[in-house]
Design a protein around this ligand. Structure first.
Ligand SMILES: Nc1nc2c(ncn2[C@@H]2O[C@H](COP(=O)(O)OP(=O)(O)OP(=O)(O)O)[C@@H](O)[C@H]2O)c(=O)[nH]1
Length: 190
């Protein structure tokens, strides 16, 4: 079994962005390519969880959400990746944080310990459940939440043993996530 696998979530609707965020460009590359590179530098293999209309490079392993939970949000994506690829731990990242820095992933990975089943980033007191490392043992818990239609990441965190890792203001830029065209235009100018 792999020690750590990567999960790149890109199967969202991008409804606030009005087109697919995964293919927005930053520094000459698609968002998904940036995130893929950042995750892949820390794990043995990365799995992309996309929806049917999305295409990725041939060398990238891509799956869809399992049919039962298709399009039910990030939890559905994490669950689908965990059952598709066996690993001890999973680094999870969203597709809409193009400035995310490799050192953040390194720090989260370093905080794994046997007492916890999740290591989650926090910046300026804001929890970032999709910038995290999760243990495979939570797969059953996620499944129960999905069945119960409890789709919020925060309600999952409430029942896990989580180590929160605080990042400083210096890292705030890296955690910017892009939901709207306005945010995209603003952040790309800075
Ligand atoms: N695989 C998968 N990923 C998802 C799903 N919903 C959201 N994501 C991903 O989770 C991350 C956070 O998504 P959000 O920004 O909250 O949602 P979104 O659907 O992409 O955008 P909005 O429609 O504007 O809310 C992004 O990387 C999304 O691609 C889903 O149902 N399945």
């Amino acid at each position: 079994m792999q020690q750590i696998a990567g999960i790149l979530l890109m199967g969202g609707k991008s409804s606030r962005f009005n087109k697919d965020k995964a293919y927005a460009i930053y520094d000459g590359k698609y968002f998904y390519e940036h995130i893929f590179e950042v995750i892949s530098s820390h794990v043995e293999s990365t799995i992309v969880v996309a929806h049917d209309k999305q295409k990725v490079d041939d060398h990238v392993q891509v799956i869809s959400d399992v049919a039962r939970f298709q399009g039910q949000g990030p939890l559905a994506g994490i669950y689908s990746a965990m059952i598709a690829k066996e690993a001890e731990w999973y680094v999870v990242l969203p597709v809409d944080m193009p400035f995310i820095d490799s050192s953040i992933i390194k720090t989260l990975i370093a905080h794994r310990m046997k007492e916890v089943n999740g290591v989650v980033a926090r910046i300026r007191d804001k929890i970032q459940p999709l910038v995290a490392v999760y243990h495979r043992s939570i797969c059953d818990v996620i499944h129960k939440h999905l069945i119960a239609e409890k789709r919020s990441m925060h309600s999952l965190l409430d029942v896990l043993r989580v180590e929160y890792v605080d990042f400083t203001d210096d890292d705030a830029h890296a955690f910017r996530n892009i939901n709207t065209q306005e945010e995209y235009e603003l952040y790309m100018k800075e």
